[in-house]
Design a protein around this ligand. Structure first.
Ligand code: HEM
Length: 203
């Protein structure tokens, strides 16, 4: 018998949709700016700058709403890692993804209203949302206002360091997104989890 849980209220679904669309826009325009040349332009240079700025500003606004909304609504509790037995839980979930799942074992951490994420989901979301995203957002804003960037860091240009951090973390977050989408295909059916993020109901 399958259980239905209402895990993703409208506000989370809207935030997630905006977040995912802005990520895609930022990846395409970011790559276009990174590899711009006269011979090959994915998006025209000036248009890529405008769209990248719009994407970054929208992502920042939706991030702030997600954090404040999460604190007020209680959604943040799902992102609180319990350190006791943490590595063991992570191992159990990792083992399930690379072995147990193919042996049709039961999931070690079934979804519930109190625990909507398994340990690996929780860990990767915390890294992406509370470490990666703030760094990309802050270094992005530093580009918009270069006069606030420290001029020299260890004898290197502050703008260069800002640039390297922005593109490296942006790249890691892009990889996170692809792994995240792949892991969302694991479930009763390939479409199941994606449907949950549209209807709000987890099966
Ligand atoms: C096209 C891109 C994306 C797709 C198709 C997608 C898909 C999904 C799906 C199906 C879920 C529900 C399953 C779950 O709870 O794990 C989900 C949840 C989530 N996704 Fe994504 N995602 C995308 C991009 C992103 C990005 C870029 C981030 C963050 C940087 C992100 C962060 C999250 C978080 C934090 C949740 C849990 C939300 C909550 O319930 O509090 N996703 N995603």
């Amino acid at each position: 018998m399958s259980t239905r849980l209402y895990l993703y209220p409208v506000a989370i679904r809207v935030w997630h949709m905006v977040n995912a669309l802005m990520f895609l826009l930022l990846i395409v325009t970011g790559l276009s700016l990174q590899y711009s040349s006269k011979d090959l332009e994915i998006v025209g240079f000036n248009l890529a700058i405008t769209l990248h700025n719009i994407g970054g500003i929208t992502l920042t606004a939706s991030y702030l709403i997600f954090i404040i909304g999460g604190i007020v609504s209680g959604n943040m509790k799902h992102y609180k890692i319990k350190y006791k037995g943490f590595w063991n839980r992570l191992y159990k979930q990792g083992r399930f993804y690379i072995y147990g799942i193919f042996k049709h074992e039961d999931t070690p951490f079934p979804t519930s209203e109190n625990m909507k994420f398994n340990p690996l989901q929780q860990f990767s979301y915390v890294l992406a949302l509370f470490i990666g995203l703030p760094i990309v957002i802050l270094t992005g804003w530093a580009y918009l206002f270069p006069e606030i960037v420290i001029l020299k860091i260890f004898n290197l240009s502050g703008l260069l360091v800002n640039d390297l951090v922005h593109i490296t973390i942006g790249f890691i977050l892009s990889i996170f997104m692809f792994i995240h989408i792949y892991l969302c295909t694991i479930g009763p059916s390939v479409k199941n989890t994606f449907k949950s993020m549209i209807t709000g109901w987890h099966e």
